[in-house]
Design a protein around this ligand. Structure first.
Ligand SMILES: [Zn+2]
Ligand SMILES: [Zn+2]
Length: 115
């Protein structure tokens, strides 16, 4: 798996609030330092129909700030077939994954740049 960190394009921040729709497979991150929001990967297309929920850490139950990584599992052709969102609570350090989904189209070059 190919893993990339999500970094705020405005301020370089690495801590985000997460809004996640697990049914639709869509996630929006909001930088906790500067407030810039971004819908990751191919979520733009479905965000209007999504019902996202703000996530809170399950373990410490207080933190809503996470470091985020995106993992790509690839086909032999090199395009992405599965996406994993990895999140680490910035308060207690608990690792988890709120979301993963399969990708049923190619090519995926444009989608995977959108982090
Ligand atoms: Zn920022
Ligand atoms: Zn926590």
């Amino acid at each position: 798996m190919d893993v990339k960190p999500v970094i705020c394009h405005t301020c370089g921040g690495k801590s985000f609030e997460l809004r996640v729709d697990r049914n639709e497979g869509a996630i929006q991150v909001k930088c906790t330092a500067c407030g810039t929001k971004k819908i990751l990967l191919d979520g733009d297309e479905i965000w209007e129909d999504a019902s996202p929920r703000l996530r809170k850490c399950r373990v410490c139950k207080t933190s809503r700030a996470f470091n985020v990584r995106v993992g790509f599992v690839r086909r032999e052709s090199g395009s992405v077939k599965w996406v994993y969102i990895g999140n680490r609570c910035t308060n207690c350090g608990t690792l988890g994954s709120y979301l993963d989904w399969s990708v049923d189209y190619e090519p995926t070059d444009e989608m995977e740049q959108n982090i």
